[in-house]
Design a protein around this ligand. Structure first.
Ligand code: COA
Length: 250
């Protein structure tokens, strides 16, 4: 059994909570704080979350990330239904071979996890076609030099000092925005694309959710083409940055 049984006394989940969604975005953003040391396979059954073979065979860390992410998604689906008149039911979030989370019919969502926090953004609103969410711990000084070369375009390099964030915050935000964009578009374009395909062009800094924009530098398919701009949101949360992008159905 890969999952750690180190401490059955301490709970796996220490806190379940919701971030208010940005204005005008009809979605629920749910979060779960968890202790990976306290994960065990029994908890999947206890929380009524099915475990795919790949996760069953994976490391204890992967099992705890997966469980916390699915728990956040389950909470978000239940919360969505409280303000929905439709007859959809929560059900399991399955996993495609590509690792895309497959939400039950009637829901659209996205999942992200760090070592001890998992978040999910979910909607049952038919006007939203796709969601991308990401949570990223602040990139450290040591990692900064290495990561910036992998993540930033030339234009982002020159804009970095002008963004209204510290350089570590700005780099983390850009990294997270690109991962959210990937999660937003991969399920539609169904192809890998790397960090050079898009660049963050504006970042605001406000209380709560702030705005950013991210632009495609290359075309991904005939519908998502060079120059397309996506407006997103980000917020700082306990030493991490959360980014969110949504795509409307029109
Ligand atoms: C897929 C990827 C974005 C996941 O990010 P991560 O930092 O490893 O992990 P996170 O915790 O934030 O997200 C993991 C969750 O993303 C979701 N996910 C994984 N692959 C996905 C995909 N192709 N499309 C949508 N969602 C995906 C899953 O729900 C996964 O959690 P789960 O396996 O427990 O269900 C990342 O691993 C990756 O491959 N990045 C390279 C591509 C990229 O970012 N390009 C930048 C384009 S500008």
């Amino acid at each position: 059994m890969a999952a750690s049984k180190k401490s059955q006394l301490k709970p796996f989940v220490s806190r379940e909570f919701y971030f208010g969604a940005p204005d005008s975005i009809p979605s629920v953003i749910s979060a779960v704080s968890f202790d990976p040391e306290c994960c065990s396979l029994d908890l999947f059954q206890q929380f009524d979350i099915s475990i795919p073979d790949k996760v069953f065979e994976a490391s204890a860390k992967r099992q705890s990330d997966y469980l916390a992410g699915r728990l956040a998604a389950k909470n978000a689906m239940s919360e969505c239904l409280k303000c929905s008149a439709s007859m959809i039911t929560p059900g399991q979030v399955m996993t495609a071979d590509s690792r895309v989370p497959v939400f039950p019919k009637g829901f659209v969502g996205s999942i992200s996890h760090t070592g001890n926090v998992a978040i999910a953004a979910v909607t049952s609103c038919e006007t939203i076609r796709s969601i991308g969410i990401d949570i990223e711990p602040l990139i450290s000084e040591e990692s900064y030099a290495v990561i910036k070369r992998q993540i930033l375009t030339e234009s982002e390099f020159s804009l970095l000092p002008h963004f209204p964030l510290t350089k570590n915050e700005a780099l983390t935000m850009i990294f997270s925005a690109k991962e959210s964009l990937y999660k937003l578009l991969y399920p539609i374009v169904k192809r890998f694309f790397d960090f050079s395909v898009a660049q963050v062009t504006t970042i605001e800094n406000r209380e709560g959710w702030s705005r950013f924009s991210i632009q495609l530098i290359d075309s991904l398919n005939p519908y998502f083409t060079q120059g397309d701009i996506f407006q997103g949101w980000y917020k700082k949360y306990q030493g991490s940055i959360v980014t969110l992008l949504t795509l409307t159905a029109d």
